[in-house]
Design a protein around this ligand. Structure first.
Ligand code: KIV
Length: 298
C-alpha cells in the first residue's frame, strides 16, 4: 500500500530541510519573535525558522540591552513559538551568562531550552575559543547554531555595536572562527554585521547552512527581527527594511478605541437577557442581602 502525501501541505521544517535548501541554493527565511500569536502568523506566511531572540529583552520586556534577558523568560518564549507555529523550525537563544560561566551550567541550561522550551536548535554567541564548549554540547545531543561576527551580548567589551571583519585580519579571524565552530559540531552558523565579501567567503567554504543578518545576500538563510520587519521599532538597523507599518496602525486603532470608550459608543447587545429574566432581576435586586460591613471591618 502506498502512502498518499497531500500536495501543497506544508511540512515541519527540520535541520535536514535547511541543509537540503542550502544545497539546492534555495534561500530560507528566518525571523526573531517572542510570542505564540506572532509565531502563528509568521508560520502561516511560510517563514522557515523562528528564533526566540534575546532581542526580546528589549522588544518584549523593554530593557535597554539584550544581556538583561531572564533565562526563565527566554525558555518560556521559546516554547510559546513552538506552540504557535505548526511548521517552522524553532531556535532558542541562550541568554547572557547562561552558557559562559561554566560548561556544566551551559549543558543544563541548553537541556532546559530543548525540553521545557521545545527548541529544535539552540543558538549561542561565540568565537573559535568556544569550540570546546560547542563540542561538549554537540556530544550531549544539543544542535548548536554558532552566532559569530557582531555579538550583541559582547557590546560592552567592544564599546558599542560595530561591524566585524572590516579589516583583512578581522576577516581572517572570523573565517577561522567559522571553521573551528563547524569542526566542533555546530549545525548552523549565524553571521551578524559582516561585510558582504567576508560573509561570501565564509558561505563558500561552509559545510553547514549559514544564516545572515546585515551580512549581504550570500548566506543560505536571512534573519530579521519581526518587529523591524513589521514597522514596530522606532530605529530599526540600517539593513532592516520594514515591509509594513504596524506601529502607526496600532496607534490609530488604539486611538479609535480611546474615542469609542470616551463616547460610550460600544455595542450593547453582545450578551442579551430575556425580557422575563430582566423583569425578575428588577424584582429580586432589592432582596440581595447587604454584606455585613461591621464584620468585614473587624
Ligand atoms: O536576538 C536576536 O534577535 C538575534 C538576531 C540574530 C536576530 O540574535
Amino acid at each position: 500500500m502506498s502512502t498518499c502525501i497531500e500536495p501543497n501541505v506544508p511540512r515541519r521544517v527540520t535541520l535536514r530541510t535547511l541543509v537540503k535548501m542550502a544545497k539546492r541554493g534555495e534561500p530560507f527565511a528566518c525571523l526573531a519573535a517572542y510570542d505564540a500569536t506572532m509565531a502563528r502568523w509568521l508560520d502561516r506566511a511560510g517563514v522557515h525558522v523562528l528564533l526566540a531572540g534575546d532581542s526580546g529583552s528589549q522588544l518584549a520586556l523593554g530593557y535597554e540591552r539584550t544581556i538583561d534577558m531572564p533565562l526563565d523568560y527566554a525558555i518560556q518564549i521559546t516554547a510559546a513559538l513552538r506552540r504557535g507555529a505548526l511548521n517552522a523550525l524553532v531556535m532558542a537563544d541562550m541568554p547572557f551568562m547562561s552558557y559562559q560561566a561554566d560548561d556544566a551550567d551551559a549543558l543544563r541550561n541548553a537541556a532546559r531550552f530543548m525540553t521545557e522550551g521545545l527548541a529544535d536548535v539552540v543558538k549561542v554567541e561565540v568565537d573559535g575559543s568556544h569550540a570546546d564548549l560547542v563540542a561538549k554540547m554537540t556530544r550531549a545531543g544539543v544542535p548548536i547554531c554558532a552566532h559569530i561576527g557582531l555579538r550583541p551580548q559582547n557590546v560592552g567589551l567592544q564599546g558599542g555595536y560595530r561591524a566585524v571583519g572590516r579589516t583583512a585580519e578581522e576577516a581572517c579571524a572570523l573565517l577561522a572562527d567559522a571553521r573551528a565552530l563547524q569542526d566542533a559540531g555546530a549545525v548552523l552558523l549565524l553571521l551578524e554585521a559582516v561585510p558582504d565579501p567576508v560573509a561570501a567567503a565564509i558561505v563558500e567554504e561552509s559545510r553547514v547552512p549559514v544564516i545572515g543578518i546585515g551580512a549581504g545576500s550570500a548566506p543560505h538563510g536571512q534573519i530579521l527581527v519581526a518587529h523591524d520587519l513589521l514597522g514596530l521599532t522606532d530605529t530599526p538597523p540600517r539593513f532592516a527594511q520594514p515591509f509594513a507599518e504596524l506601529g502607526p496602525a496600532i496607534r490609530d486603532a488604539a486611538s479609535k478605541w480611546v474615542s469609542r470608550v470616551s463616547d460610550r459608543a460600544l455595542p450593547t447587545d453582545a450578551y442579551t437577557m430575556p425580557d422575563d429574566e430582566a423583569a425578575r432581576f428588577a424584582r429580586l435586586r432589592s432582596k440581595v442581602p447587604e454584606p455585613d460591613r461591621q464584620r468585614a471591618e473587624d
